[in-house]
Design a protein around this ligand. Structure first.
Ligand SMILES: [Zn+2]
Length: 768
């Protein structure tokens, strides 16, 4: 009997909404079918199929391989003529199961060649005016004589190798095909004119200091092997200048010859320190290796200023070795100050290092090396122990660029010595960011040419965590009782971008070159998406374990987006397909609000609405057991006296409890007197958890989170019926602004009144 009744009840109330539609279908036409566009559909169509190289769990598969490129290089800087020349021998090991017919080598410097096509793909419109400097550069100057001059390409025996240069890529045709497991040794001799990176806003080059000396930050300076792998074959997509680099790992032996009065640091371990360092420098260096709380100066400001007065014609060669790095870079000048401190790492320690001209002080002596050290600690906690011996931060005007173990960073005091907050935080943040790139993509070696967000997004997310840690480690660096003022990461900071015209933007899953609004879309949006995932969707414990699992699985390997997406699910048991789809594959945004709130009161008396439903379904009231009815406030059946009805006044309930609940258990029953139907709306596309704060008449409040899956069957609006012992006075969605909701005007019930001019004035004078 009871079963039968509950079946009737289901038929009556749950299917009631379908009644009118059913009638229509019977008498008229059928609705057309549709393609499954459910936002919670799994990503089988977007993802590549798992295979022996990359598993469905997101880990490297049993047949995973990667190529190896080892370099021996002799490099010479001609400081007077701003030229760099080199001779390199590359040993390329084919670890793939494929037979290779040719090799592809990247010639990134050719982006600056006179015949470069990079400027030609940028549309240009007439402007009402231009700066004189730009005018001269664009319309009056002669093009810079940049790009590689390839003098020879030879095999190990010294025989010339057939090669062809297509813009920034050079194909080398080997005398015979390279079988799996085989090595091919060849050499390239080259030189190029070094560019002024301040003028052309390049990722490497020189800047000229006011005293005429130059600071060189040198990268993409040698012909570099392209990546060959199971995903792209040869990654030989041209370097147009926007999306960055894809590089295989290898070992480097590099000898760099510079003027004898230059200071230099580079990727790898210095092999001839005893030859290069004075006794004094050696003593300072040994002290630095034991200094864990503050940097020790190796070359002082006075020494750098003294060296800046000369111009040595003698030469000195700095010899380095680096193991398992994907790239190589160095910085050199006679005007550099040099300091270092030690950072505990696992059972040993690594060095945090800075190179900067006097122009950068006192900002840099205070914060650069400390920021490097702090970054290594946070990133290592979030991923893996830093595996290299050092991380160097080099001061270079307008730069923010990363290489293995070394990066260039902006931020200097104004000429009159003032250091604005903007300059200080900008400098600390860029150092954290660029040092952080050691992890993504230098070690977790994603393909930057294809996916900017995989390094910039993951790195900007971890940068946010590191900035907050830095603020706690060095409270004296920030405003009293404040958190570090992170620009990117917090959900509310992405709202302006997400609220923009999304038809003009591209999803995160877009090749870097084709990305609109690069900074917001490739850095801030993925970083924020990951931060929301950590703080709101998964929670720190699940997120951090999964993120760490990804980093460790792909440390010193080449991951793809799917490897990341799959690992985050695999290690957490949180279905994130909907999250990846919405945040990474679409330009949808978040907007969830309270559409309507209805109040109800309980009674044993049948009301009009219930009676109509029964009639429509051919059910009589007598077919059913006595029901508890809900009467909507302001409906026809509502009477003012119902407001005072207590649960014990409802006859049906009273009888049920008397018959079914043992006396000793009745005290445990809740006693709700207030009933609400809350309808939530979702004008934004992205389904997010509904985080609701309920405030009660007694001044207390409570937070309830409905998981995003509440939207799985109705994408536009969902209802929740709430029984409460206390009267609800306010309902607020996303009270802590953690979901990047772009329009909060619909987040509150009762609707927030717009402040009049007088109220705004009153509030303003109050808070100032
Ligand atoms: Zn970056």
């Amino acid at each position: 009997m009871r079963l039968f009744n509950s079946f009737l009840l289901t038929a009556l109330f749950l299917l009631a909404g379908a009644v009118s539609a059913q009638d229509e279908t019977d008498s008229q036409k059928r609705e057309p079918g549709h393609y499954n566009t459910n936002r919670f559909k799994q990503l089988y169509e977007e993802f590549s199929t798992p295979n022996m190289f990359r598993t469905a769990s997101g880990a490297p598969g049993p047949s995973y391989y990667q190529q190896q490129a080892d370099y021996v290089m002799d490099i010479e800087l001609d400081d007077k003529n701003k030229k760099l020349s080199g001779f390199e021998t590359i040993t390329y090991t084919n670890n793939s199961p494929d037979v290779l017919e040719y090799l592809w080598v990247q010639l990134d410097q050719n982006k600056r060649a006179k015949d470069s096509k990079s400027p030609l793909i940028e549309p240009s419109d007439a402007l009402p005016g231009d700066m004189a400097g730009n005018f001269v550069k664009n319309y009056m100057g002669t093009p810079f004589e940049g790009g590689f001059n390839i003098l020879e390409v030879k095999d190990a025996k010294g025989n010339p190798l057939k090669h062809i240069i297509n813009q920034t890529m050079m194909r080398i045709d080997m005398p015979k095909k390279l079988s799996p497991g085989e090595k091919f040794v060849f050499s390239i001799k080259w030189w190029y004119n070094i560019n002024d990176h301040v003028v052309d806003r390049a990722r490497s080059g020189y800047e000229t200091f006011e005293d005429g000396n130059r600071g060189y930050v040198i990268a993409q300076f040698y012909p570099r092997m392209a990546v060959y792998n199971d995903v792209e074959g040869w990654q030989n997509s041209q370097f147009w200048g926007r999306d960055e680099f894809a590089l295989p790992f290898g070992n480097f032996e590099v000898n760099i010859t510079v003027p004898a009065d230059h200071i230099l640091d580079a990727t790898g371990e210095l092999q001839n320190r005893k030859e290069i360092f004075t006794k004094e420098m050696m003593n300072r260096y040994e002290a630095a290796q034991k200094s864990y709380d503050k940097p020790v100066v190796i070359v002082t400001q006075a020494e750098a200023e003294a060296a800046s007065k000369g111009f040595s014609t003698a030469k000195r060669t700095w010899k380095f070795k680096a193991e398992n790095v994907r790239d190589y870079a160095f910085a050199t000048s006679r005007r550099y100050i040099w300091d270092m401190m030690a950072v505990k790492m696992g059972s040993g320690s690594v060095m945090a290092v800075s190179l900067y001209p006097p122009e950068s002080n006192p900002l840099w002596e205070d914060w650069s090396t400390r920021a490097v050290a702090s970054t290594l600690k946070t990133y290592s906690r979030m991923t893996f122990d830093y595996p290299y011996s050092k991380a160097i931060s080099v001061s270079a005007k307008n730069q923010g660029m990363e290489y293995p173990m070394i990066c260039w960073n902006y931020g200097r005091p104004d000429k009159d010595g003032t250091i604005s907050d903007r300059t200080k935080y900008g400098m600390i943040s860029v150092i954290i960011h660029e040092v952080g790139h050691n992890y993504f993509p230098m070690i977790v070696n994603s393909d930057e040419r294809q996916w900017t967000w995989m390094d910039e997004g993951l790195n900007t997310f971890t940068q946010y965590v590191a900035e907050q840690d830095f603020g706690e480690e060095y409270p004296e660096a920030i405003a009293p009782n404040k958190k570090y003022p992170s620009r990117r990461g917090p959900a509310k900071n992405i709202v302006d971008y997400m609220a923009g015209d999304q038809s003009q933007l591209a999803p995160i899953m877009t090749k870097g070159l084709n990305t609109y609004n690069f900074g917001a879309n490739a850095y801030a949006k993925p970083a924020t998406a990951l931060n929301i995932l950590r703080e709101t969707i998964m929670g720190r414990e699940l997120f951090d374990f999964a993120f760490k699992t990804y980093a460790n699985r792909w440390m010193f390997k080449h991951p793809t987006p799917e490897d990341f997406f799959r690992t985050m699910e695999d290690a957490s048991a949180v279905d994130l397909d909907w999250y990846w789809r919405e945040w990474f594959y679409t330009t949808d945004y978040v907007d969830i609000g309270v559409k309507e709130v209805k109040k109800f009161y309980v009674t044993s008396k049948i009301n009009k609405e219930a009676r109509q439903m029964m009639e429509a379904n051919g059910i009589k009231e007598s077919d059913l057991p006595p029901l508890v009815y809900f009467v909507r406030e302001d409906s026809e059946d509502f009477e003012e006296s119902m407001r005072d009805v207590k649960i014990e006044d409802v006859k049906t309930l009273k009888e049920y409890i008397a018959d079914n609940i043992p006396v000793e258990e009745r005290a445990n029953l809740k006693n709700p007197s207030y009933f609400y139907e809350i309808t939530f709306e979702k004008p934004g596309g992205i389904p997010m958890p509904i985080i609701v704060q309920l405030s009660y008449a007694d001044g207390t409040s409570e937070k309830i989170t409905y998981p995003a899956e509440i939207w799985r069957k109705n994408d536009a609006s969902v209802g929740k019926f709430i029984a409460s012992e206390k009267e609800i006075t306010k309902i607020e969605v996303d009270p802590d602004e953690e979901t990047a909701d772009i329009d909060t005007s619909n987040n509150t019930w009762p609707k927030r009144k717009k402040l009049g001019a007088f109220d705004q004035f009153k509030n303003k004078t109050k808070t100032d």
